[in-house]
Design a protein around this ligand. Structure first.
Ligand code: ZN
Length: 500
C-alpha cells in the first residue's frame, strides 16, 4: 500500500477517535455540572461502551501497524504529521509495554480507590485507605519498570509522562533553591505576623459575584461564542479544540476572593486553549504543550497579573460598585494587601502565592521516597507531618488536613504534583521576557488584557502541543528553564509587600 493510503487510514482512525473523545468530553462535562444524580448509574454503562469502542480502535492491529509504518517513514511526512506521529508512536509503544491484564486490573482498582480515599478522608482515618494506597504504589512501581529506558529510570519515568524532559535531577535543583531561599523568607514574614482580613465576617451575594466573574471574562477577552462558564465544587477547565472551551467556577458567600482568583485561574487555562492555532483542531496537537506549561498560563494570569497592584487600580472600582456596601470601608491598598496575604496554612489549594510551592515540595519529597525506596505506607503520615513542620513551620492536626487532603495519589497520579510549582516558575521566567516587549505595568492596568494575550498567543499558545515545553521556553524567553527568575520574582514581590 502506498504511503498516501496509509495516511488516509490513519486520518480515518483519528477522526473516529476524536468523535468518541468529543462525546466522552461532553458527557463528563455534563456529569460534573448539571446531570441529575439519578442518571449516573445508567450513564456509567454508556460511558463504558464509549471507552471500550475507543480502546478497540486504538488497539486494533490495523491502527497499530499504520502508526508503525508512518513512524518508519517519518521523513516522508509533512512537518505537522511528523510531530504528531512521533507523539502518537511514543504513547502507543508505552501503552503496549504494559500487559493488558494489569492495566485492566489497575483501572478497576482506581475506579474504587477514589471512593475509599473519600471515605477515609471524611472519617479522618488514614488506615481505611492505606492498603489501597499500597496497591496503587505497587502498580506504579511495576509500571515504572515496564517503561524504563536507557535514559529514563525510576521516578524519572513518571516525571517525564507529566512534563517531557523534566527529571529528578532538574526538579531537585529547583526545589533545593526554593528550600534555600523561600523557606527562610516565609519564616521571616511569619515572624512579622501582621495579617489582617478586612473582609472578615462580611457576606457577598453569589449573584453579584457572578456578575463580577462575567466582567472578568471581558477583561480577559474570553470569546463567549466559543466557550462558557458553569459552576462546580472544584473549578476546572475542559474543552475540545479552540471552538468549545468551558470553565467552571465556585462561589462562597463568605469568601469573595476565592471565586475571583479561581475564575481568573481557569480563564488563564481557557485563554491558552482558545488562542491555540485552529488548524490544529483536527489533529492531536491542539491545546496545551504540557501540564506545567498549562499551569504556567493559569498562574501567570492569576498571580502575576491578577494579584498585581495595577490590575486592581483599574478593576477595584468595578468590584466596589458591585459590592457598594460591603467594601465601602476597604481601601484599594487594604484589598491589595489582603489578596497577597502570606499565611502558613495546611491546605494546598487554599495556599497563597508564596507558600504554594512549599506544599508541592512536601509532595515531591514523598513521591521520591514512594517510588524509589521501600518506605512503608504506615510511615507516610508522619513523614508528611514532619515535612510540613520543616518547610511551613506548622503542626498537622489530623490526616484529613495532612496526607489525605489531595485526591491525586488515590487516582494513581505520581509525578503530577511537581508540575504545579514548575508552572509558576515558567510564568515568572516569561514575565522577564514580556517586560522587554511590552510596558507590562501599563498593560495590566488597561481595560482588557488584549496586548498581553497577544504576546502569549504568539510565543506560546499558537503552537498548541507541536513543541516541547523546553522548545516553548526557548521561543518565548530565549533560554531553557532557570528557577532563578521565579525565586527573584517572589523575593522582590513579597519583600516589598512586607517591607523586609
Ligand atoms: Zn490550573
Amino acid at each position: 500500500m502506498d504511503l498516501k493510503s496509509i495516511i488516509n487510514i490513519y486520518i480515518d482512525y483519528r477522526t473516529k477517535m476524536q468523535a468518541l473523545g468529543y462525546a466522552s468530553y461532553i458527557i463528563s462535562w455534563d456529569s460534573e455540572t448539571e446531570a441529575p444524580v439519578g442518571c449516573l448509574e445508567e450513564r456509567s454503562k454508556q460511558v463504558g461502551v464509549l471507552s471500550e469502542m475507543s480502546y478497540r480502535l486504538e488497539r486494533s492491529d490495523e491502527y497499530i501497524n499504520c502508526v508503525k509504518t508512518l513512524y518508519d517513514n517519518i521523513d516522508s511526512l509533512d512537518e505537522l504529521l511528523k510531530v504528531e506521529i512521533k507523539k502518537v508512536y511514543k504513547d502507543l509503544m508505552n501503552s503496549l509495554k504494559v500487559p493488558m491484564e494489569e492495566l485492566v486490573e489497575y483501572s478497576i482498582l482506581i475506579s474504587k480507590s477514589q471512593n475509599i480515599w473519600a471515605e477515609a478522608k471524611v472519617n479522618y482515618n488514614y488506615s481505611l485507605f492505606k492498603s489501597t494506597l499500597k496497591e496503587i504504589i505497587d502498580f506504579n512501581k511495576r509500571y515504572v519498570k515496564y517503561l524504563e529506558t536507557e535514559s529514563l529510570k525510576g521516578y524519572d519515568v513518571l516525571l517525564d509522562i507529566y512534563e517531557e524532559g523534566m527529571t529528578k535531577e532538574k526538579y531537585d535543583k529547583f526545589f533545593s533553591l526554593l528550600k534555600e531561599e523561600i523557606v527562610p523568607l516565609v519564616k521571616q514574614i511569619k515572624e512579622k505576623n501582621i495579617n489582617k482580613d478586612p473582609l472578615f465576617g462580611k457576606l457577598f451575594d453569589v449573584n453579584k459575584q457572578k456578575e463580577f466573574a462575567d466582567y472578568l471574562m471581558d477583561v480577559m477577552c474570553f470569546d463567549k461564542s466559543r466557550g462558557l462558564i458553569k459552576e462546580s465544587e472544584h473549578p476546572f477547565t475542559s474543552g475540545y479544540g479552540t471552538t468549545d472551551v468551558r470553565i467552571t467556577n465556585h462561589y462562597y458567600e463568605d469568601l469573595l476572593i476565592s471565586g475571583i482568583f479561581s475564575c481568573i485561574h481557569e480563564l488563564g487555562h481557557a485563554t491558552y486553549e482558545q488562542q491555540s492555532n485552529p488548524t490544529l483542531d483536527s489533529t492531536l496537537l491542539g491545546g496545551g504543550a504540557s501540564m506545567a506549561m498549562h499551569e504556567s498560563q493559569s498562574r501567570f494570569y492569576e498571580n502575576i497579573v491578577g494579584r498585581s497592584y495595577n490590575f486592581w487600580v483599574k478593576h477595584y472600582p468595578k468590584l466596589k460598585s458591585i459590592f457598594n456596601e460591603e467594601l465601602k470601608d476597604v481601601s484599594l491598598d487594604d484589598f491589595y494587601r489582603y489578596i497577597n496575604n502570606v499565611e502558613c496554612s495546611l491546605i494546598r489549594t487554599e495556599a497563597d502565592e508564596l507558600t504554594y510551592p512549599l506544599h508541592i515540595m512536601v509532595r515531591y519529597e514523598i513521591e521520591k521516597l514512594i517510588i524509589e525506596s521501600d518506605v512503608n505506607v504506615d510511615e507516610l503520615p508522619s513523614i508528611w507531618n514532619n515535612l510540613y513542620k520543616e518547610y511551613l513551620g506548622i503542626d498537622v492536626p489530623t490526616d484529613k488536613e495532612g496526607i489525605l487532603q489531595d485526591i491525586h495519589w488515590a487516582g494513581g497520579s505520581f509525578g503530577y504534583f511537581p508540575t504545579y510549582a514548575l508552572g509558576s516558575a515558567y510564568g515568572a521566567q516569561m514575565l522577564e521576557s514580556v517586560k522587554k516587549d511590552l510596558d507590562f505595568e501599563k498593560e495590566i492596568g488597561k481595560e482588557n488584557l488584549k496586548q498581553i494575550n497577544e504576546w502569549l498567543k504568539n510565543k506560546i499558545h499558537n503552537f498548541g502541543s507541536t513543541k516541547t515545553p523546553d522548545e516553548l521556553l526557548n521561543i518565548s524567553t530565549g533560554k531553557s528553564f532557570d528557577a532563578k527568575y521565579y525565586v527573584e520574582y517572589l523575593k522582590n514581590k513579597f519583600s516589598k509587600i512586607y517591607s523586609l
